[in-house]
Design a protein around this ligand. Structure first.
Ligand code: HEM
Length: 150
């Protein structure tokens, strides 16, 4: 299903998609880094309370609205005639990677609540490792949409 009225707006929709994706990625790359630093603070300390505020603002004011915008403009691109052919392999890989990225976003929200209630029991090393997940997914997604290898 496509909507022909979207065709003249294609470059604008794509620009908005890329802007939203940049904001989403910036937040997803920084949030686990905040968790790494948060691990170094004592629960209840002023530093820990400040991290809680930073994490809440980054997730609720930037990451989640940016994810919603990236999905909205991405779906509008899918609905634009001639943009996506469901026979392309790269498109399926991109879609899968984006769904995993969205799941990772949800898990970051669960970990934020653990910090909020002073019940995080994961070590700093754990957050250092998961910090690489959004980077790896971003590399895969950008290669898929730009190189279109298959
Ligand atoms: C959130 C769900 C997403 C959907 C539904 C979606 C869908 C799409 C679609 C349909 C296009 C148009 C392709 C074309 O013009 O031929 C596109 C372009 C693009 N997407 Fe996404 N996308 C999503 C997320 C992302 C993410 C997370 C990234 C980067 C990490 C990304 C990076 C890009 C880039 C760079 C382009 C422009 C490629 C070009 O120049 O043609 N997208 N996206």
């Amino acid at each position: 299903m496509t909507i022909s009225g979207l065709t003249p707006w294609y470059p604008w929709i794509k620009a908005c998609h890329i802007i939203a994706v940049i904001a989403w990625m910036a937040a997803l790359l920084y949030l686990p880094r905040l968790y790494v630093y948060h691990c170094e603070t004592a629960p209840g300390s002023p530093e820990s309370e400040r991290f809680k505020i930073m994490e809440q603002r980054l997730l609720k004011q930037i990451a989640t609205p940016a994810m919603a915008a990236a999905w909205t403009f991405g779906i509008l691109l899918v609905l634009t005639p001639g943009v996506i052919d469901w026979g392309w392999g790269w498109w399926h890989v991109k879609l899968a990677a984006v769904i995993v990225l969205s799941g990772f976003h949800g898990i970051l929200g669960r970990w934020r609540r653990d910090f909020l209630h002073d019940r995080n029991d994961r070590p700093q090393r754990f957050y250092r490792i998961v910090n690489e997940v959004p980077t790896l997914l971003m590399v895969v997604i950008v290669i898929m949409v730009v190189v279109r290898p298959f």
